[in-house]
Design a protein around this ligand. Structure first.
Ligand code: ARG
Length: 602
């Protein structure tokens, strides 16, 4: 049962609790009726509604009648049995028994003021799990870290942030591809080019991707080299020091490149690459074999799964392990060693089948419950392609690969150019009464970074992740429409209103009163109060775009309020400044959850 204290910020849950009591009084013999409360989309009849009446009526009828004539009568009874609460201003029953609720203005204002005093963390959703793994980014050593990995990094980080905000302990896992047969040829090529292996470093190797290509060329062209490379794999797997060292060196060079991307994006990850799970694979496969799940097929060892026309190969015909063996083992490790209750994988949709098969195998093995939505559980968070303006897979210029670092640097330099030139005229003139115009070099740099990287992240996150999205600098850096620039600007503008008032908001929070008399104040207040349930929805459905949409609507609601309600110099100044501050606080938390650094002046 929901604990009221635990859900102070979650209006939907608070109302569900009230309706739960009413349902208990209405149908005392029905013990398992969950209240169904939703936010009203139309808003004409109320702010929230309870939708239990119809289902309850058919249920009672199925049991041979009941005392109600129809769903509306059930709705009436639910309404009548609602306990007294200061949350609700009025109720009505509409259509087939929907119970509409109008929240009390007074209660809404009080709740917002309480958040202002106690902090936005009191509005964090409460989830039922303690620990989760988010497996994201996960590029491959010596190969290109491409825009797909960038998407995974951005989406995964946001999911991790939302879970962390909801008090879940998140293991942020970088499952890098650091194992496999390709290391044989890389190592042999390294030995060939650098007989004195100690002297090898990043600058000596230069571009690791070119190095990869060159070794592949050797592998394909020279059968003697190929043989050596194949032996090298065995020696590496056998743990021979010289080979392990060479491998570690190659990994370290790639890692530096990955880290420069993470540093720019301010994304934290803990690397536990494929190689980490290697020692555990044999016993995991043995366990599955003992359960009778593994079969011999064309020399390989496989698990046949209902509903799939190909089996899951867990040991290749040459006796080696593969992507699936590692993923099964990593899943086993995360469940048993790390005690994770929710394991989330963020990759392109192309890998969906692979994960479905791994999850299914884990269910058959009894590692996971078969019922959906029961914990421990696994989720694959798939996403679409990044497209260029030509509608094809994204590439920059004529080079084959997009260096992500270059891409991010370009985002920053473009936003800096805007700030330095156009910014002086268009963005800042709106704040022209302020002295903010004098920017230090650091301020411009920091703002350019926040805006530039924020724009890249937001452009990715605002779409439903399953759709492809087109990468377009001009669009994402525009200050109009649903962009990070527009939102960051909206936030900076609110901060500027508060600064201009000359009032100390911290003081106002303690002494002031907040009220929501004007229609546009109320709409804004209601939107603020929906923050918690929206984060919960975005988080549990693994859809960051829900949070983006909320943030965009918040800033639209604020604009409407600000154009219709005078703030500075009005009789309601204190209350309205508090509403400004609450909006800025919620916006900042949204930015934070999206991995975007807020700016306070633009
Ligand atoms: N390295 C893989 C790739 O680049 C992604 C790994 C995703 N995580 C996993 N546990 N399989 O496609």
């Amino acid at each position: 049962m929901a604990n009221d204290e635990e859900n102070v910020g979650n209006v939907k849950k608070l109302l569900a609790r009230v309706f739960e009591l009413s349902l208990q009084a209405t149908v005392p013999d029905e013990t398992d009726v969950e209240p169904i409360v939703t936010a009203s989309t139309v808003g004409r009849f109320g702010d929230y509604q309870c939708n239990n009446a119809m289902g309850l009526f058919s249920k009672l009828k199925g049991k041979g009648g009941g005392q109600f004539r129809g769903p509306p009568a059930v709705g009436q009874a639910i309404m009548k049995n609602l306990p007294q609460t200061e949350m609700i201003e009025s109720c009505s029953v509409a259509g087939p028994g929907f119970v509409n609720v109008v929240l009390s203005n007074k209660w809404m204002a009080k709740s917002i003021l309480k958040m202002l005093l106690d902090g936005i963390d009191t509005w964090a959703p409460k989830l039922s799990i303690k620990r989760a793994v988010v497996d994201f980014s996960s590029p491959n050593i010596a190969k290109e870290m491409h825009v797909g990995h960038l998407r995974s990094t951005i989406i995964g980080d946001t999911i991790a942030r939302m879970l962390e905000f909801s008090h879940v302990d998140v293991l942020r896992r970088n499952h890098v591809g650091d194992w496999g047969t390709q290391f044989g040829m890389l190592i042999e090529h390294l030995f060939e080019k650098f007989p004195n292996i100690e002297a090898v470093n990043e600058t000596a190797i230069g571009d690791l991707q070119a190095f990869y290509k060159a070794s592949k060329q050797r592998f394909d062209d020279d059968s003697e080299f190929k043989e050596r490379a194949q032996k090298a794999v065995v020696r590496l797997q056998g743990g021979e020091k010289r080979y392990r060292d060479a491998w570690a060196q190659i990994c370290a060079i790639s890692r530096r490149e990955f880290d420069s991307v993470y540093k720019r994006l301010k994304v934290e990850l803990e690397e536990k690459g494929e190689s980490f799970y290697n020692p555990f694979i044999p016993s995991v496969i043995e366990g599955l074999t003992n359960q009778g799940l593994v079969e011999e097929s064309e020399g390989a060892r496989v698990i046949f799964l209902e509903g799939f026309n190909i089996p899951l190969i867990v040991v290749k015909s040459d006796g080696g392990y593969n992507y699936a063996s590692t993923d099964l083992t990593a899943l086993w490790y995360r469940l048993n060693e790390e005690k994770a209750e929710w394991i989330i994988y963020v990759t392109d949709v192309g890998q969906q089948q692979h994960f479905e098969m791994v999850f299914k195998a884990a269910k058959i093995a009894g590692w996971l419950p078969t019922e959906a939505n029961k914990y421990p559980r696994t989720s694959h968070v798939g996403f679409g392609l990044v497209l260029g303006e030509d509608g094809k897979r994204f590439r920059t210029r004529s080079t084959e690969v997009v260096r992500l670092v270059d891409l991010l640097d370009e985002a920053k330099s473009r936003s800096k150019a805007v700030l330095e030139e156009r910014g002086m005229i268009t963005w800042i003139y709106l704040l022209s009464t302020e002295k903010d115009k004098d920017w230090t070099k650091e301020e411009i740099d920091q703002t350019a970074e926040a805006v530039g990287y924020g724009a890249v992240k937001y452009a990715d996150l605002k779409n439903n992740r399953l759709t492809n999205y087109t990468f377009n600098f001009d669009q994402m850096l525009s200050d109009k429409g649903n962009t990070a620039v527009y939102l960051l600007y909206a936030h900076a503008r609110i901060c500027s209103i508060i600064r201009k008032s000359g009032k100390d908001v911290e003081e106002l929070k303690k002494t002031g009163v907040l009220s929501l008399e004007h229609q546009d104040e109320r709409v804004l207040g209601l939107h603020l109060l929906r923050f918690s349930e929206i984060v919960e929805e975005a988080c549990t459905n693994l859809l960051p775009n829900i949070l983006c949409e909320y943030l965009y609507n918040l800033s639209e609601n604020f604009s409407k309020f600000y154009s219709n309600c005078q703030v500075i110099g009005s009789a309601e100044e204190t209350s309205r400044l508090l509403l400004c501050e609450a909006t800025a606080m919620v916006m900042r938390k949204c930015f934070f959850l999206l991995g975007i650094t807020p700016v306070y002046k633009i």
